[in-house]
Design a protein. Structure first.
Length: 131
């Protein structure tokens, strides 16, 4: 998370419920998982991250993702004219990150609020190839 207010709320809730969850503030390109994870999940958070930083994140962490990932993000194969957030070509990012061991599927989300002139929202799921 990058918003300190959300981190403060999550840490307070964590203490109240006596859960053992670690919350931290860090730039995505500096995150390197120390332990294996089953799934990576993101919902409209990667629109704030530069392409080169996403590639670095996946290169640093792909071996720690043991089952897969689910991303709900804007995606376009063409350059977007949007200036408020990044619209990524996730196919390029995954290729540049060498995510060859994942079977990746793109499913368009048919919600008219998320259909823009030059990009649309997708559920992007990647599952470890068992072969």
């Amino acid at each position: 998370e990058i918003n300190q207010n959300y981190l403060d709320f999550a840490n307070k809730y964590n203490l109240q419920k006596k859960m053992d969850i670690k919350f931290f503030k860090k730039n995505i390109e500096d995150i390197k998982f120390e332990q294996d994870i089953d799934y990576l999940i993101s919902s409209f958070t990667l629109i704030y991250v530069k392409k080169k930083n996403l590639i670095k994140f996946f290169l640093n962490n792909k071996s720690r993702i043991k089952k897969g990932f689910i991303l709900i993000e804007y995606h376009s194969q063409n350059k977007s004219n949007n200036l408020s957030y990044y619209v990524h070509n996730f196919e390029e990012i995954f290729n540049d990150s060498n995510l060859n061991n994942f079977k990746i599927e793109f499913n368009k989300i048919n919600n008219k609020r998320w259909i823009k002139k030059d990009h649309e929202a997708y559920t992007i799921s990647g599952h470890i190839n068992e072969n």
